[in-house]
Design a protein around this ligand. Structure first.
Ligand SMILES: Nc1nc2c(ncn2[C@@H]2O[C@H](COP(=O)(O)OP(=O)(O)OP(=O)(O)O)[C@@H](O)[C@H]2O)c(=O)[nH]1
Length: 550
């Protein structure tokens, strides 16, 4: 167990202790409050309080490992539920449903809390690795060394492994994507699954390199779980594009923002810890009053909303969110112990998109939230990203520029703006065809995504023009980095109608800090780029108000 996993276990165990303490106190107080029920002396408000407590326990006990308590609470909750809705005959009905068996089961509840004392784990001392920005490729097989070398200029972090895969355990742990020979897929896939189970992680996607492109071969690879087939000779830009696509999907599955609104503090904290450990950024709110401000500031990918939060109703809150046009398409997910399907459907009809029923296991929660966030991101991407490259489209990169300009003015940190333009691109299209031209555009996008930081903004500004915004990066650092990008890009080999070819890129830079308006900075990078084109292309020029220097 890593120290991170042990720390998480400890925090979950502490929450469990708090859950036991709080529930023990609440149950004791409740049993004292209703002591007179043995004599048939029912009070409506007490029945309502008991119902709310049972409802909470039915939804939360399973999460803390008290399944029996949860089931028993659910049974009792459903037994007294009709009493609350039948106001005309409340007490007569109460006398019928709250019988000796009901009371005996109720008094049993505290006992169901005692047989499961949490153990705090010792914090292991193993160091945790820093999550990398670059996509980590594991290339397996002694015939794939050339392919590994051809992928290097894209900036992937490549491990090349020739020994039997069963001896590559450490390599697996550090791989986002596996590339292997199609004929070895059975062994690679089995090893991949074993490692994933052992480390309780998702298995890594596998891209196969093979010679047989027939339907039968493809079908067999799909059945074994392959994520792609590339036949020899491998089209490297297409392979790099597929790698970038898969790693983008992985990033999107992991890094998403979740706003969780639940008045059960321990449960909400438990969910937060579990989702945070799975890579999500989670903001928890116990009271809905600041909901709209939190949405505007945190900008979540999805909202998880408890349905019962007296005196508030999650259903009404969902409708309230939808009053704002800005949040019309924000996915809202009810998180509730309501099991009645009719009630779930009528709640869904009022503004939310999905229903997650409590109790939910940690694995189910992570998987469900991951899928919902991924879907939400895909929809958002359709609106904001360029179809060919997946980068921000023209209006969204301009929007990001305005946003960063405001931040620079407020905080004063160095931020560099870059404008990139492919050289002699018309000739590329004319000589090698438009499809080959598209491959070049995608290759530059992929290379930039691998070599820039996650915090940088990257957009396709026009046909063969790109804009990058690099917060916390001064122009000298940016100059060095973009020079390396020019060098690596010119090393890529493309295949077109007229055989193999290479392309170069010209880049203009300007520091955002020096401009009152973001638009002026954009013009400055354009001027620097224009100068670069006149000085021979394939390189970087920096803007200076007194002239342009390389
Ligand atoms: N394949 C492809 N070509 C595109 C796309 N968008 C724009 N182009 C082409 O990019 C070319 C840009 O040509 P020019 O603006 O003349 O510039 P250039 O040939 O790159 O010359 P310099 O910029 O001076 O080095 C045009 O031929 C456009 O048709 C696209 O999405 N795909």
């Amino acid at each position: 167990m890593t120290s991170k996993e042990a720390a998480l276990d400890n925090r979950l165990a502490l929450l469990k202790v708090r859950f036991i303490e709080r529930t023990t106190t609440q149950l004791a107080a409740m049993l004292e409050q209703i002591a007179d029920w043995q004599e048939g002396d029912f009070v409506y408000d007490d029945i309502k309080s008991l119902y709310q407590l049972l409802h909470r326990l039915a939804g939360s006990s399973g999460t803390f490992g008290f399944n029996q308590l949860g089931q028993q609470a659910r049974h009792l909750e459903l037994t007294i539920k009709p009493v609350l809705s039948d106001s005309a005959h409340t007490m007569a009905l109460a006398a019928r449903v709250i019988d000796a068996d009901f009371l005996a089961r109720l008094h049993q509840l505290p006992n169901l809390l005692q047989d499961n004392t949490p153990q705090l784990a010792a914090i292991a001392q193993t160091p945790t690795s820093v999550p990398p920005h670059k996509t980590r490729l594991l290339v397996i097989g002694d015939t794939l060394s050339e392919l590994a070398a051809a992928l290097a200029p894209y900036g992937f972090n490549i491990q090349y492994c020739t020994q039997p895969i069963t001896e590559c355990e450490l390599c697996w742990h550090q791989a986002d994507i596996i590339i292997g020979q199609a004929r070895e897929l059975t062994a690679i896939a089995a090893w991949n699954d074993t490692q994933a189970r052992r480390h309780q992680q998702q298995s890594a996607p596998i891209l196969c390199i093979g010679v047989d492109d027939s339907f039968a071969a493809r079908y067999a690879l799909a059945a074994q779980g392959a994520n792609g087939l590339f036949t020899q000779p491998v089209d490297i830009p297409r392979l790099a594009e597929r790698i970038e696509q898969l790693s983008r999907e992985q990033r999107e599955l992991q890094t998403s923002k979740v706003l969780l609104l639940d008045d059960d503090r321990e449960l909400a904290e438990h969910y937060r810890l579990v989702l945070t450990a799975a890579g999500k950024e989670v903001r928890v709110m116990a009271h809905p009053e600041g909901l709209l401000a939190a949405l505007a500031e945190f900008r979540p990918d999805i909202v998880l909303l408890d349905v019962h939060m007296p005196p508030y109703s999650g259903v009404t809150l969902a409708r309230m969110i939808r009053l704002e046009p800005e949040w019309l398409s924000l996915p809202i997910i009810y998180l509730s112990s309501e099991q009645d399907r009719d009630q779930q459907i009528s709640a869904l009809a009022q503004g939310a998109d999905e229903f997650i029923t409590k109790p939910i296991s940690d694995q189910q929660l992570v998987r469900t939230v991951r899928t919902l966030c991924y879907r939400a991101r895909q929809v958002a991407k359709l609106v904001s990203c360029d179809g060919l490259t997946g980068l921000l489209n023209h209006s969204n990169i301009k929007q990001a520029l305005l946003h960063e300009h405001v931040r620079v003015q407020r905080y004063g940190h160095s931020t560099t703006l870059a404008m990139l333009d492919l050289d002699y691109f018309k000739q590329v299209n004319d000589r090698h065809g438009h499809a080959a031209g598209d491959q070049v555009i995608k290759a530059l996008a992929n290379l930039l995504q691998q070599r820039l930081r996650n915090s940088d903004h990257l957009g396709r500004y026009g046909g063969e023009e790109f804009v990058a915004i690099l917060p916390d990066c001064d122009i000298k650092q940016a100059f060095q980095m973009f020079n390396a990008i020019c060098h690596h890009f010119s090393a890529l080999t493309f295949n077109g109608k007229d055989g193999e070819f290479h392309v170069t890129v010209s880049i203009g830079l300007a520091e955002l800090n020096g401009f009152v308006l973001a638009e002026q900075a954009l013009h400055a990078t354009d001027e620097a780029l224009y100068q670069r084109k006149h000085q021979g292309r394939n390189g970087v020029n920096c803007y200076s108000p007194t002239g342009h220097k390389e």
